[in-house]
Design a protein around this ligand. Structure first.
Ligand code: SF4
Length: 282
């Protein structure tokens, strides 16, 4: 085979500043201490997690935290619920807080709404770490939904405050706001979607349209990965999702194709470079 694909990596893809900040912080401590605990996957990308584990990063689940004492534990960009801070204090755990400033600001806003007795609704993915952290600001009182149909038949107050997980689609958020208003509710809607993700929509659409084929590289667990992949698909039906180079299939390409490689805010640049190298060998 000699496809001679012309492969270009999207210069705007790759880690957002929240993820860069968390990984830099982890690497600094790993260099000094040789190991570091991290609550949950530091980034929704298995390959990057494996790279950091090899340097001494120890990923633990929330159920393991109460048994840990006198250690350093990193909080990743998604942030944590107040309960985590309480356990850390009790167990003399030093929290290395790499919560993204955008998420921290959102947590504060959700907490303020709750303190002011507003009913809080959060448009977000059930069980997602960021959403758990947000719901924790309301002692679990906020209503989380990931699809508007989940609100069918639910008795809501006439007025409520709507927030969004930072990585949700802007279009879907505004469609939900409109639908709820059409149902007769007084909705105080706060667009809390991170512009690091949403600003990429337009640019990514332009990028996807410029190539015969698009390879979108992302971990399967990444929320913004799914949203951004949909953007690629919308603008170029020949867009393929892969988590690592081994998932590439030569039969998807034709000789002389131009291929654009792009990814989520949790996709490391080195992984997109590996994908490019594999494609260029076809
Ligand atoms: S996507 Fe936005 S909110 Fe999420 S970690 Fe990155 S910068 Fe922070």
């Amino acid at each position: 085979m000699a496809y001679q694909l012309q492969v270009t990596i999207d210069k705007d893809s790759g880690f957002c500043f929240g993820v860069v900040y968390a990984i830099d912080m982890a690497e600094e401590i790993l260099e000094e201490d040789g190991y570091l605990y991290c609550l949950g996957d530091i980034v929704h990308n298995d390959e990057e997690v494996a790279r950091l584990k090899a340097k001494g990063l120890r990923i633990i689940g929330h159920e393991q935290l109460p048994a840990l004492k006198n250690e350093k534990v990193l909080i990743r960009a998604h942030g944590e619920a107040p309960e985590t801070y309480r356990i850390a204090l009790e167990n003399n755990i030093t929290l290395i807080d790499a919560s993204c400033p955008v998420v921290l600001k959102l947590q504060n806003r959700v907490k303020t709404s709750f303190d002011q007795q507003e009913k809080v609704l959060i448009y977000g993915k059930h069980g997602h770490a960021e959403v758990i952290g947000l719901q924790g600001q309301t002692n679990g009182d906020a209503l989380v939904f990931q699809d508007i149909s989940e609100l069918d038949g639910v008795k809501l107050p006439d007025r409520f405050t709507l927030y969004s997980q930072t990585t949700k689609s802007v279009d879907k958020f505004y469609a939900i706001k409109e639908e709820l208003q059409n149902r007769g509710y007084d909705v105080k809607a706060n667009d809390t979607i991170c512009r690091q993700v949403s600003n990429r929509y337009e640019e990514l659409g332009d990028f996807a349209r410029s190539y015969h084929k698009v390879v979108f590289v992302s971990g399967k667990k990444s929320s913004n990965g799914r949203v951004l992949y949909e953007v690629c698909l919308k603008h170029n039906p020949n867009s393929f999702f892969v988590s690592d180079p081994s998932e590439l299939k030569p039969e998807l390409f034709e000789a002389g194709d131009t291929v654009g490689v792009c990814g989520a805010t949790s996709t490391p640049m080195w992984l997109m470079e590996q994908v490019k190298e594999v494609l260029e060998r076809y």
